[in-house]
Design a protein around this ligand. Structure first.
Ligand SMILES: Nc1nc2c(ncn2[C@@H]2O[C@H](COP(=O)(O)OP(=O)(O)OP(=O)(O)O)[C@@H](O)[C@H]2O)c(=O)[nH]1
Length: 776
């Protein structure tokens, strides 16, 4: 169980101004601690059961040392039991270690205690005395605590009475042997690199033997002990000074000369807190280079290793500590890093947005995470730190890579959309050069992508956008070729329309005036149209950056398209009804009109049969002319067939069966003309015969002569004729007719009334007669 002495005044116990290793503080001139000041809190880090405390991190924080980095030192005290170790530490550092009650004279310090020096960044360790009286002959804990102190402290205070000097056992030479041995075990591979300072404090130094003499005696003893220490292989010749520096000091009797004692202790304190003191003990070469924030892990790790009796090898321990702490620091920085990049994930990965200056922001977040890591982890074992840093960088980059890939994809999509929209807008404009539009669009979108992609390539990554860029370029190609096809399609459509317009009239004219050179005229019109179409095509093809093959294909396509349009027009013009109309027109022209184009009036003398036959044959002769598109000499226009276009077949306009059908239908249609012609001859022949006219003149001669001879009749006749002429000339037959009918109607009505009145009168008279009584 950890036992901790309660400290109710931690704040007063804490230094208000942490002392820098390189600065002299007011503590340097403090001669003794005010007895009333609350001692600094202390902690038993290893208890009687050899269990390591779990409260060290808490106490390190409480003492204000957790964030001290390397700016702290560790001192431990060794010595026999009840030699005033705790007293000395309390006086020197203002700590509150238990001091033996004078009356009891029993061991007070059990296990290992730790506290902080007042006003100093010093961890003070009070180690159980090594007398063995309380523990019997069990040297186990002595060795373990020596190992622990040596592994964690820079300065070891070796406390001994003056009268013990020169006595092997009395001066704790056995303990020193242990110290030397464990030191060799711990630092065997670091000869000369890390030294430990042993400050030998001779207590109750009365001064009869000068300190110099005492130190010489002690030094000689130490060399002797060193010689007797069994050394590892390869280190047989190593010297004590390869591993240790020694300092000696004496202190007067505390009980007999308390003031002198306090004075000397105050002087001694400057060695611990005044770097300018020539005997300053915390020289950099003694520092164990354990960052303060990792001290608790290191210390507990050392103790665990000691307990399990494994070989305690400090470099390995330092590496282990570095690994543990670097992981801890890395994880903490990584958590913050994850929180910082979280807001980017949704817009990039889920919403497909691009974030401007993403690279800069990600780099800043990554740098911050690395800086946090570097700040705390760089103090640890360099090999481990560098490796962990590389690991962390990889871990950070893995997370950032998701955003990088997402942003790259979104840039890709946006570049394509940008390109498509630009094409769409530019190609809508009235005059444009396709190749120029495509080139400008490509340049703009490509630059956009490259700018964004370069921006998000972070240093210290193997990221590359070349694959995505090549995919983008492929897609650009597809988009532009789609746009080109679309433009080609539009152009072909426009050309087809143009061809249709240009061909429509000549085809219609030629087919409505059928004659042997008809098809030649149509082909000529076709060639002319195709020529002008080809000119447009060639001009546009330049703008499309078309290859020669593409242009040739387009030309062939144009010819074919134009031919299809032509055939369509021919089919329209030579549909059944149209062809019959054309035949009838031709027939009527020859049959119903004479050579001067005047309508023919058939006379009995005319040979209707012959005329009819000629006209009909001429019309029927047109059927084979219409039936096939061929030139006058029987040859055909040359055009290449393709898979879906059979040119030879397209030359046939009317099949054999169709020709027969049209021929029969026409014959039936033409028959009524023959009959009509015949009837019109009969009608002309059925006129009033001459003799009848002569008879009529002979019979009416007397009346005619009467009118001529009588002036009244003549005048009346002339007036009637003139009146008739006026009515005819002024077109007054209608009104005259209405007047006459109105007059006749009125006259009839009046006549009817008169008749009715007459009848009424007659009836009344009849009735009167009936009513008159007969005079008897
Ligand atoms: N003669 C003498 N006695 C001292 C001196 N310093 C302390 N003492 C007394 O020695 C006794 C033991 O003191 P501690 O400080 O408890 O000694 P310690 O070495 O810490 O004892 P443990 O922790 O039990 O090993 C106490 O009664 C002190 O008063 C000194 O300089 N000279």
């Amino acid at each position: 169980m950890d036992s901790v002495v309660p400290d109710n005044s931690v704040s007063t116990a804490q230094p208000s101004n942490p002392v820098s290793k390189n600065s002299t503080t007011s503590n340097a001139i403090i001669e003794s601690w005010d007895e009333d000041i609350e001692p600094i809190s202390r902690l038993q880090i290893v208890d009687e059961d050899q269990k390591f405390t779990e409260n060290l991190p808490e106490y390190m924080g409480k003492w204000g040392l957790a964030e001290a980095g390397f700016n702290y030192n560790v001192v431990a005290v060794f010595g026999s039991q009840s030699t005033g170790k705790s007293t000395l530490l309390n006086k020197l550092f203002g700590t509150g270690f238990d001091v033996m009650d004078e009356t009891q004279r029993s061991q007070t310090t059990k296990g290992i205690w730790i506290s902080r020096g007042r006003g100093m960044h010093v961890v003070v360790m009070d180690v159980e005395g090594t007398d063995g009286r309380e523990r019997g002959e069990d040297q186990d804990f002595e060795r373990k605590s020596a190992l622990f102190s040596m592994a964690t402290s820079e300065v070891i205070i070796l406390n001994l009475w003056e009268h013990q000097v020169g006595l092997y056992h009395g001066a704790n030479m056995g303990l020193l042997k242990t110290v030397f041995e464990v030191n060799l075990q711990l630092f065997q591979n670091q000869k000369g690199k890390e030294k430990t300072l042993i400050l030998i404090v001779i207590r109750d130094h009365v001064g009869a033997t000068p300190l110099e003499n005492l130190s010489k005696t002690l030094q000689a003893d130490l060399e002797k002990i060193w010689a007797g220490v069994s050394k590892p292989e390869g280190l047989e010749d190593c010297k004590i000074h390869d591993y240790f520096d020694f300092m000696y000091t004496g202190l007067p009797h505390k009980v007999l000369l308390p003031e002198k004692f306090d004075e000397e202790v105050a002087k001694l304190r400057t060695r611990f807190n005044d770097p300018k003191d020539p005997n300053y003990v915390f020289r950099p070469q003694y520092h164990k280079r354990i960052p303060a924030d990792g001290y608790h892990i290191y210390a507990s790790g050392i103790w665990d290793t000691i307990l399990t009796n494994k070989d305690l090898d400090l470099p390995t321990q330092q590496e282990l500590l570095a690994q543990y702490r670097c992981d801890e620091i890395s994880n903490a920085a990584y958590e913050v890093f994850l929180q910082q990049i979280a807001p980017f994930r949704s817009p990039i990965v889920e919403k497909g947005q691009t974030i401007p200056e993403l690279g800069e922001q990600l780099l800043s977040i990554r740098s911050e995470a690395l800086q946090t890591f570097d700040k705390n982890a760089s103090r640890y074992h360099q090999g481990v730190y560098q490796k962990k840093r590389a690991d962390m960088l990889t871990k950070l980059n893995t997370q950032l890579n998701v955003l990088y890939v997402g942003q790259l994809k979104n840039l890709h999509k946006k570049a394509i959309t940008m390109f498509e929209e630009r094409l769409k807008t530019e190609l809508k404009k009235p005059s444009y050069n396709f190749a120029e539009v495509v080139e400008a669009g490509l340049k703009e979108s490509n630059e956009y992508f490259l700018k964004g992609a370069k921006e998000i390539i972070l240093p210290d990554t193997d990221w590359s956008y070349s694959h995505e860029h090549s995919l983008l370029e492929e897609e650009f190609g597809e988009v532009s070729s789609r746009a080109r096809s679309e433009e080609f399609r539009k152009m072909s459509k426009a050309l087809s329309k143009q061809v249709e317009t240009e061909l429509s009239e000549p085809v219609s004219l030629a087919l409505n005036n059928p004659k042997p050179g008809m098809w030649q005229n149509i082909i000529d019109a076709y060639k002319k149209t195709v020529d002008s179409g080809e000119k447009v095509l060639t001009q546009k093809a330049k703008s499309f950056n078309s290859s020669k093959e593409e242009l040739d294909d387009s030309r062939a396509n144009l010819k074919q398209q134009a031919w299809v349009v032509l055939r369509k027009k021919v089919d329209e013009e030579l549909a059944d009804s149209m062809i019959l109309l054309k035949l009838r027109n031709s027939f009527e022209e020859k049959f119903r009109y004479d050579e001067h184009g005047l309508p023919r009036v058939w006379k009995p003398s005319d040979d209707i049969d012959l005329h009819f036959k000629r006209a009909r044959d001429a019309a029927l002769d047109l059927i084979p002319l219409f039936a096939k598109i061929e030139l006058e000499d029987g040859s055909t226009f040359k055009l290449e067939s393709t898979e879906d276009f059979d040119y030879q077949q397209s030359l046939i306009v009317l099949s054999e069966a169709k020709q027969i059908d049209i021929s029969n239908r026409f014959k039936r249609e033409s028959d009524p003309f023959y009959l009509e012609a015949k009837r019109s001859v009969v009608a002309t022949t059925a006129k009033i015969p001459m003799w009848l006219i002569v008879v009529m003149i002979a019979l009416g001669w007397n009346e005619f002569m009467t009118i001529i001879k009588s002036p009244i009749y003549l005048v009346l006749f002339v007036m009637c004729v003139a009146g008739g002429y006026v009515v005819y000339a002024l077109n007054l037959w209608g009104p005259l007719e209405r007047i006459i009918s109105a007059v006749v109607g009125e006259a009839t009505r009046m006549a009817k009334e008169r008749v009715a009145e007459g009848v009424e009168k007659v009836r009344e008279q009849t009735d009167d007669k009936k009513l008159t009584p007969v005079k008897a």
